[in-house]
Write a protein that binds this ligand. Sequence first.
Ligand SMILES: [Zn+2]
Length: 221
Amino acid sequence: MVLNLIFLGPPGAGKGTVAQAVAEKNSLVQLSTGDLIRAEVASGSELGKELSEVINRGELISDEQMGQMLEAKLKELSSKEDFEGVILDGFPRTVPQADELSNIFGRLEQDLTAVIYIETNEENIITRLSSRWTCSKCKKVYNAITNPSKTEGVCDVDAGELTQRDDDKPETIKARLAQFNEKTAPLIEYYKEKDLLKSYDGNVPPTESIAAAEKLIEELK
Ligand SMILES: [Zn+2]
């Protein structure tokens, strides 16, 4: 049976880790929009050239262009005899993109099997993600909670000063969460109404999160 899945969850919920484990176990293709864009640009196609210009101008790739690439790739994958399904990564992020995805699946005579929502507490995410510190000299990464340096703020190896990358700063993480809540969280209700949403508690270590996702998938088969 073909399984076409989407994982939803705020940044830091562990979507990437869980999706990779599930994809390997079930022979699914993990389809990331980032990879699709890079491949299109590298191919030198007309679309690839357009995308490259858009990116160089610092703009976002349109839903239409993203949909076009996704449809071409899905068509190629689903025409193979050994096609078992895909896990989409990075698409859809908004309700209009979800509508577009529904059209794409329709044209390819494929079905979206389920949307798996990793429920995660925001405070946990902020605490976990903002605990990363990097040595300004040797770039060694520490975690203030799980892997702290012997002396706070100082690297064990070379006594370099530990600093936070912009991505690890609480204000950056809060901004990404706000973006998720505004643009992507409406998809939770959207897919619930279509009776496609499956959720589990993601406030657990990665191995337990993977096991919970796998259990939901077994129930779909
Ligand atoms: Zn260091």
